[in-house]
Design a protein around this ligand. Structure first.
Ligand SMILES: [Zn+2]
Length: 246
């Protein structure tokens, strides 16, 4: 489903799968994340052409996770990412894919890399900002003129976030604290919302941190709407295991 967020920003939502976002510039369109499936990425490219009469001119990966990057192969344009994202993707192998239950395919690596921040201008200014925590290579997108924040998996709505073995909760909290207070927040998964999505994610990650440190009684979460109202409760248990088992 395609949802208009602002005049120049549209969310392409696929139930609980990773979101794709298009930012319509003056000359071209910027695509945020490319999905797990090259075929889906191709259909997004076609949709963009039909809908905007423009081509995708830049692709951005918010982080290395395959559901955000494997569609890269469908594009013959610059692929932007943090330098660690490329490093992480270089390490993709059959056993990693097997652990995720997907078949190995060779990824197309990002070829325009940045460290702290990257600025792109095409009628509107788009900032790509390094913000680790969910993964060491995570970054997010901020469009000041539209007051839009595109967070990758640093924020998710409606479902529990993915806490993976290389997540760092303290770093994650710091990134959430540093995010600009935009009017519209488009998460890595789930529907878009207001800046409240960032605040809720902060509350969630902080509670998981305190739970792991033994500072929070797990029963407290059983009545907490910020936990109970998210789908896929099994993700929470899995996430805690990821950070506590050596
Ligand atoms: Zn992720």
């Amino acid at each position: 489903m395609v949802k208009k967020v602002t005049e120049n920003v549209y969310l392409i939502e696929h139930e609980e799968a990773a979101n794709n976002v298009i930012i319509i510039g003056k000359k071209g369109v910027v695509l945020i994340d490319t999905s797990l499936f090259p075929e889906k990425a191709k259909s997004i490219a076609k949709f963009v052409r039909d809908f905007t009469m423009k081509n995708i001119s830049l692709v951005f990966n918010t982080h290395y996770h395959p559901d955000h990057t494997l569609g890269n192969v469908a594009f013959d344009v610059p692929i932007l990412a943090h330098e660690l994202t490329r490093k992480k993707m270089e390490q993709f192998d059959a056993s990693y894919f097997e652990s995720l239950g997907i078949e190995y395919t060779e990824p197309k690596l990002p070829n325009v890399l940045f460290q702290d921040q990257f600025e792109y201008e095409d009628g509107l200014k788009i900032l790509f900002i390094y913000g680790p925590g969910h993964t060491p290579d995570s970054s997010y997108v901020y469009i000041p003129s539209e007051s839009v924040l595109i967070t990758g998996d640093t924020v998710v709505n409606d479902i529990h976030p993915e806490i993976v073995p290389d997540s760092n909760l303290n770093v994650w909290l710091k990134t959430l604290d540093n995010m600009p207070q935009a009017k519209y927040v488009i998460p890595g998964h789930g529907d878009y919302g207001s800046y409240d999505s960032v605040k809720k994610m902060r509350d969630y990650i902080d509670k998981v941190r305190r739970l792991i440190n033994g500072e929070l009684n797990p029963y407290e979460l059983e009545t907490d709407p910020n936990f109970v109202e998210r789908k896929h409760a099994e993700m929470l248990e899995w996430g805690i295991k990821n950070l506590t088992i050596e």
